[in-house]
Structures are given as structure tokens and as C-alpha cells.
Design a protein around this ligand. Sequence first.
Ligand code: HEM
Length: 256
Amino acid sequence: MTVKVLFRLLGLPPGDDAEVRDKAVLMVQSDPVTRRKGPEHIAAYEWVRDYAARIIAERRASPGEDLISHFSTAEIDGDRLSEREVLLTTTTLIMAGIESLGGFMTMFALNMADHPDARRRCVADPALLADAIEESLRYNTSAQRFRRCLEQDAEMHGQLMRAGDFVCLAYGSGNRDERRFPNPDVYDIDRKPKGHLGFGGGVHACLGTAIARLATRLAFEELHKAVPDYARVHGQLPWMPSTTFRSPLRLDLARQ
Ligand code: HEM
């Protein structure tokens, strides 16, 4: 489903979907032992980047109504996105549209399976799904952390960080900060968590928030109509080997 949504948004050739999906999922992984990218992960990234470059060149030559054409030709006050910006944004879009959304939907399914009271309330009143999705974005942050390089010195909690330092933005940790969210380890769909970091924040906050919320809500409205009661089959889950993203590679559910 996530691949189909993304392909429509970007106007990509439908026949490419299986290969693009496989590479997008592989490019975010790392070796489970060394925790570094292995050759297969780097090759997958390079494949997606080269694929994006080819599509961008095609859209520059003959623009359409899709998002990549708009990125390639958009101007703000006479300023256009550089070649590198268009390429990095398109590569991120392909990765995020497929992997981030698929990973989050899997985490949301896990929360619904593990919290049957919350699920029953969402089944009875699908309007509650929006609140449950927000709480899952906080509770089970699927995009756990990203890096930044500081442009200027900054001090936080008595810790001085220097311009040029690399810092890790641990979104998953911030989302369980008890100063912000009381009883942070409790999954509570009535919490309505304001200011969670499930989509990051600031200038690089997620571009796909609206479509991610909408696609997840629609998917679970349909799932809950067809299968209102379900539970996970396995206690142990095959977590994706990644230092950034956190979701099971596979989640088997059974009707109750
Ligand atoms: C629920 C699913 C999703 C989650 C949890 C998620 C999470 C995030 C997070 C945390 C960031 C910030 C990264 C950073 O701080 O550097 C981000 C950035 C981004 N996301 Fe998402 N995302 C999701 C779905 C999507 C979808 C569906 C799209 C596209 C269709 C998308 C496109 C992007 C892009 C392009 C950026 C980079 C923005 C920038 O650097 O300026 N995301 N996402």
C-alpha cells in the first residue's frame, strides 16, 4: 500500500514498484553486529539515488504534474533548488514514503494488537484512530534518531556543544521524557501528546506528516471493518537491523 501511495505521488512507473520497495527497505538497514552499513546497504542506497537521478532528468526534460517535476522546476524569489537538493529530497522521499510509513504502520498494528482495549475503542469509534496514531508516534517512535552538525555553539542542560560537533537527536528518548509526558511508558490513546517528536521538528520536520496520518487512518479503518479482533502470533519479533529506524521486519497477526 505504501509503495502504491508513493508511486502515485511521485508519478513513478508502476512496474518499478517491487524493486524500488526492496531497495528502499534495505538502504536504511545496517549490519546487526558491526552496526555499520554493509556493502549491500550502500549498494541499495546508490541504486535508489541513481534511480532518482534518472527520474529527475526525465522530468526536467518533460515536466508533469507530479511532485518530482515540481521540485525540479519550482522557483521561490528566483531561487531554484540545486541539483543536489532535488536529488537528496527525492531519494529521501522514496525511502521515507516506503520505509518510514510501512515501518510505522507495522508499529501501529503492534500497538493495536498489544492493547486490545484501545483497539476495541477504535473499532467502535473510528474517529479515535487519529488519537491512537498520535500516541503511537510518541510511544513507539519508528524513526528513532537522526544526526545534525552544529552550525554554532549551543548549551543544553549545562552541556556545551561546539560548532562543527555532530549531535544525535534521539527522538525516541525525547518522546519518553517524563518531564513532558507523565507516565511515558504507558500507552494511552487519551493522552493527545502535544509536541511529540515522531515526525522530528524544525526546518527538517517530516514532509509527509499529512499523508502518513491519512494513509494510516484509512488503512486501519478498513482493516478494522474486515478484522476487528486480532493478536500477534509471535512474542519475539524480527526487529529491523538499523541504528535509525525501529520496526519489525515482519509482524504476523491472527484473528481472535
Ligand atoms: C509515519 C510515517 C513517517 C514517520 C514516522 C516519519 C518520520 C520522519 C522524521 C522523524 C523526519 C525527520 C528527520 C530528521 O530529523 O532529519 C522525517 C523527515 C522526512 N520525511 Fe518522514 N516520516 C514518515 C512518513 C513520510 C512519508 C510518507 C513521506 C513522503 C511521502 C516522508 C517524507 C519525509 C521527507 C522528505 C523528510 C526530510 C525533510 C527534510 O529533511 O527537510 N515521510 N520523517
